[in-house]
Design a protein. Structure first.
Length: 217
């Protein structure tokens, strides 16, 4: 088996978090007197962390101090409502079970704040992950390779034995920057045409085909 470790993105790859993100964003926008955003708009805004999400969601020209206030309000709201509608994509838990049974280690590398990352991984995947790492001070967000490298170092796995799985442009670039193989999944938040011409070396439309690839590689 080629891969000893699979590093997963969280939002849009393992978990469908869109409804909870959209609900918290719209509550924060409403409290600031701003119009709501559709779920489709929020989907397009996701990627690069919650700060970028909120800066995209507020009306163009909003002063930075107001953006920061809306962001702080969003963080408070989302912390309280992080796991209301969030669910794993179909087949994900079974995939993690299969990988661990085959001796493949599993981890999460997310741009979601670390406390929310840890909470959701514990709630949905307890016992199925070797490590989870969200946004923490001192580790640049994806597409910087630092988080993926931290995981590989902690689990003592060489880059040529690791696979990165994600749905977004940040994931493709993270894998490239970390020097590891990448698999892109189409069930998440980014459409192929939204990936700005990035090279997609391996793409998967369903969990079964991804599982077969990893275990057969």
């Amino acid at each position: 088996m080629k891969y000893e470790l699979v590093i997963f993105d969280l939002d849009g790859t393992l978990l469908n978090t869109l409804d909870d993100l959209a609900a918290s964003a719209n509550r924060a926008l409403a409290r600031a007197g701003f119009p709501a955003r559709s779920t489709e708009e929020v989907r397009r805004f996701i990627g690069g962390g919650v700060s970028r999400l909120i800066h995209r969601a507020v009306p163009e020209g909003t002063p930075e101090r107001v953006c920061e206030a809306v962001l702080a309000d969003f963080k408070r709201d989302y912390t309280e409502n992080v796991n209301v509608h969030t669910r794993p994509y179909p087949g994900i838990a079974e995939l993690l079970v299969r990988l661990r049974a085959a001796g493949v280690r599993t981890a999460v590398n997310s741009n979601k704040v670390d406390n929310a990352t840890q909470l959701l991984c514990k709630a949905h995947f307890e016992g199925l992950l070797d490590m989870a790492l969200g946004e923490v001070a001192g580790i640049p967000r994806k597409p910087a390779p630092d988080g993926a490298r931290r995981i590989m170092e902690a689990l003592n796995v060489a880059p040529d034995k690791a696979l990165y799985v994600g749905d977004g442009d940040a994931d493709l670039l993270t894998a490239q920057n970390a020097g590891i193989d990448c698999a892109w999944v189409s069930w998440g938040y980014r459409r192929r045409e939204e990936l700005e011409g990035l090279d997609i070396p391996r793409s998967f439309a369903d969990v079964d085909s991804l599982s077969d690839f990893i275990l057969g590689a």
